[in-house]
Design a protein around this ligand. Structure first.
Ligand code: HSE
Length: 447
């Protein structure tokens, strides 16, 4: 039975997600009202241009360019415009007008999350943002609620569909980065300017959001170490394959202790890494996303699904809308997020992981022993070495012709070592006369 007054919902933005939200809200209105215990009236949609084409049919009488007045009339404001401004000002205005906010704006949350969440707490409202990370996949609510009684140790996320599509294409079809990117653009995975995806900015924003929630600590997006996938070669991907690995762009959020300083803190980082083909994340193909959470009591959990797409992301938005609306009906203030742990953010140097290093060296007596000695000198333990005579066909040749005569390729996998120790080792190796070049250094994750 519906005994509560209808709630007024304002939508800011009618792009691919916004238009789907408007459509689903109208198509599912009776079901949603029954689930919430109150009707949800979409009272307006603020857009920049009321005449622009829409990806789903929406009632044009709802369109307005007067976002501020619309916001003031709403109980719940859904912000799906993207970008920092005016989205930030609109959300602050909504909170200060007494509305709850649902947003999918990862860039805004990564840049101004603490400001928006504090503003909500001040007025007893709440900001919901399930759609900001990994599209349709429920990961914000599991971290904020389901795992609130546990301790998260680490998150490994494939949170960018474009780069996963590209790397998967390179893995499955042996394509070069450039060719896989061209296919991603053609199929609409990659945007006209793919920088945010391929350079890891998009994943870094999501890592900042996940790390904050997982470790109850503010993590500025600038503190997320970021490396993109533009330098990943077909040769690296094929070599990884032979060794039983796959290359994935990972967003990693981890609670760790710096082995040298003993400081305990949070690391948030994004880079292409090798993971075993047996790891559940290796089975994430095409443009799909997945977030693998390692928690102290719960153990390993994986959340998998569509990380983008209008209707898929609209599902996450509507879930948040239902939560916000139910809270209105139940009454009481919003639930604030805690950053009580306030841990230091550790630099990449504090991280320890495993590494795969590929070297082209002179094929002469004592070379292997000399290289092994350098690992030992820097306290890095070697797990496996594989040597092939000549420049392996799996390794790109950039050194001109004739290199394969008298050279060997060494592929060395280390045990866990600190980034600091590893980079000192690699520098010392690169300085050796017998080393033609350091072909590739990739981290190995997910052990
Ligand atoms: N551009 C993102 C991706 C989707 O490729 O996954 C939105 O976050």
């Amino acid at each position: 039975m519906i005994a509560y007054r209808n709630l007024r919902v304002a939508l800011l933005g009618a792009g691919s997600v916004g238009a789907q939200v408007a459509t689903l809200l109208s198509e599912h209105s009776e079901e949603l009202a029954a689930r919430v215990g109150a009707g949800l009236d979409l009272v307006g949609i603020a857009v920049r241009d009321v005449d622009a084409p829409r990806s789903a049919p929406i009632d044009s009488s709802l369109l307005t360019t007067d976002a501020m007045s619309l916001i003031e009339s709403a109980d719940i404001v859904i912000e799906l415009m993207g970008g920092l401004e005016p989205a930030r000002s609109y959300i602050l205005h909504a909170l200060n007008s007494g509305a709850d906010v649902v947003t999918g704006n990862k860039a805004l949350l990564a840049a101004h999350g603490p400001e928006l969440l504090d503003a909500a707490e001040q007025v007893g409202a709440q900001v919901y943002y399930e759609a900001a990370v990994a599209g349709a996949i429920p990961i914000i609510r599991p971290l904020r609620e389901s795992l609130a009684g546990d301790r998260v140790k680490r998150i490994l996320g494939i949170v960018n569909g474009t780069t996963n599509f590209i790397l998967d294409k390179m893995d499955v079809e042996g394509e070069s980065f450039e060719s896989a990117l061209a296919t991603a653009t053609e199929l609409g995975y990659a945007e006209a300017d793919p920088t945010a995806d391929i350079e890891g900015y998009d994943a870094a924003q999501k890592a900042a959001i996940l790390a904050r929630l997982a470790f109850h600590t503010d993590v500025p997006v600038e503190a997320v170490h970021r490396e993109g996938i533009t330098n990943i070669t077909a040769a690296q991907v094929s070599q990884a394959q032979k060794a039983g690995y796959v290359v994935k762009l990972l967003a990693i959020c981890e609670r760790l202790t710096d082995p040298e300083t003993g400081i305990e803190g949070v690391s948030a980082r994004v880079y292409p890494a090798l993971i075993s083909r047996q790891h559940p994340l290796a089975a994430v193909h095409g443009g799909k996303n997945a977030v693998f959470v390692e928690a102290e009591a719960a153990g390993d959990l994986m959340f998998y699904g569509a990380g983008a797409g209008g209707i898929e992301t609209a599902s996450a938005v509507l879930g948040d809308l239902v939560s916000a609306a139910r809270r209105h009906v139940a009454g009481g203030p919003g639930v604030a997020e805690s950053t009580h742990a306030n841990l230091p953010i550790l630099p990449i140097d504090s991280v320890s992981t495993r590494y795969q290093i590929t070297l082209v060296v002179s094929d002469a007596p004592g070379v292997l022993a000399r290289i092994a000695g350098l690992f030992s000198d820097h306290g890095v333990s070697v797990e496996a070495v594989e040597q092939s005579v000549g420049t392996s066909s799996a390794v790109p040749r950039v050194g001109g012709t004739g290199e394969s005569s008298g050279t060997a390729t060494l592929v060395i996998v280390t045990h866990e070592a600190s980034e600091r120790a590893l980079s000192r080792t690699v520098k010392a190796i690169a300085d050796q006369e017998v080393v033609v070049r350091v072909q590739s250094v990739l981290r190995v994750e997910g052990a």
